[in-house]
Write a protein that binds this ligand. Structure first.
Ligand code: NAP
Length: 349
């Protein structure tokens, strides 16, 4: 699409960790142009460069530096809104945007488990967008809400997606989650340096257990399987690592599991969407990979890296999967959702 016909988009929660990833990744996007920013009362009325404690290694794009930060008031921004709102703020605000006619692409947990709201990973469950007419009819929204998963659930669900053909029965996952997952300033340095915290608040374990089944199931019914999750916060800056054991009913040979992961592709790859990683799953052979420092940026942060695929003496198979929590687990996921919706004619009249 030529630059001058890009679709105008707004970012709410633009000043936070995920908001900054949106700004950075949308700066040169071929289809979308950021024209409106919003955040809390703390930032309202300031220039973006004054309201934001910029935490990314790439510099703040010039195109947003002087843009004003608005209040999160529906009807004021463009039709397409990316939401990086804090969950409590999202609870109270996102549905007002949908009711006012905006298409909201949300990172927050608020609406993910609503049966009428797609919890989308374009490679895995693109067909779940088919629920949108029903969402509009039942909620009476001229707009819509589409969500992306919890930042650990997306890593797990992408790694499990090619294994659905072997009938997933049960999954046990232990996560090692980066500090950037807690926003900024997040976890106190005295709590996390040289340490592991075996708890993440906000219902993290339940989110991984329930969201994974919704994503891997049909639009109207979750996958009939069980997931047990145990989460840990670790002293890693970016990248959630998940250590997974899975029971596959058809008990395939390990080579078939690896082949299925390597061959995995979805609609983003078929359509050649601008930020689609290809391949979406990078299967690594080295016995000491994936590692956050070496592998988190694969596919420009959009690929999930998998390694150590082998037999499990308790369930049937086990592996390690890693993904970038603020990119594939947040802003990058929302942008890919929007690209798929644009390709399917769901963003513009
Ligand atoms: P964050 O750094 O704390 O940023 C929160 C943003 O929400 C800021 O822009 C803040 O604006 C805004 N905000 C807070 N209260 C508000 C209110 N009452 N009205 C309007 N705006 C308000 O959080 P984050 O880590 O970016 O996370 C953002 C969302 O993405 C959360 O829902 C989180 O659960 C989800 N998420 C995060 C990750 C991750 O890896 N970090 C991954 C997946 C999903 P001010 O700066 O003006 O206060």
């Amino acid at each position: 699409m030529p630059q001058d016909t890009r679709i105008p988009v707004g970012v709410i929660g633009a000043t936070g960790m995920v908001g900054q990833q949106f700004i950075s990744r949308l700066a040169n996007h071929p289809w979308f142009e950021v024209t409106w920013l919003a955040a809390s009362e703390r930032s309202e009325g300031k220039r973006y460069c004054d309201a934001t404690s910029w935490r990314l290694p790439a510099p703040m794009p010039d195109s947003v530096r002087m843009m004003p930060v608005h209040a999160c008031t529906p009807t004021q921004g463009p039709k397409v809104i990316f939401s990086a709102l804090d969950a409590k703020a999202a609870d109270g605000l996102e549905h007002f945007f949908a009711a006012a006619g905006h298409v909201v692409l949300s990172n927050a947990r608020s609406h993910r488990m609503d049966p009428l709201v797609p919890l989308l990973i374009p490679e895995v469950n693109a067909d779940h967008l088919g629920i949108l007419p029903e969402q509009r009819r039942v909620k009476g929204w001229p707009g819509a809400i589409v969500t992306n998963p919890n930042c650990a659930a997306v890593v797990l669900a992408m790694a499990l997606a090619p294994l659905r053909r072997f009938s997933i029965h049960s999954v046990m996952v232990t996560t090692m989650q980066a500090v950037s997952g807690a926003g900024y300033p997040g976890v106190a340095s005295l709590d996390i340096l040289g340490n592991i915290i075996p708890f993440i608040g906000g219902g993290e374990e339940e989110k991984i257990e329930t969201e994974t089944l919704k994503i891997l199931g049909r639009a109207t019914a979750p996958l009939d399987a069980v997931v047990s999750a145990q989460v840990n916060r670790v002293a890693v800056i970016d990248g959630h690592t998940t250590v997974v054991s899975v029971e596959l009913e058809s008990r395939p040979p390990v080579e078939d599991v690896v082949d299925a992961m390597r061959a995995f592709r979805g609609r983003p790859q078929e359509l050649g969407l601008p930020t689609a990683p290809n391949p979406p799953l990078v299967v690594l052979d080295a016995e000491n990979r994936p590692q956050p420092r070496l592998d988190v940026d694969r596919g420009d942060g959009m690929a999930v890296s998998v390694g150590r695929v082998r037999a499990c003496p308790v369930l049937t198979h086990r592996f390690v999967a890693l993904g970038h929590n603020t990119i594939r687990g947040a802003a990058g996921a929302s942008i890919l959702n929007a690209e798929l919706m644009k390709a399917d004619g769901l963003l513009t009249p």
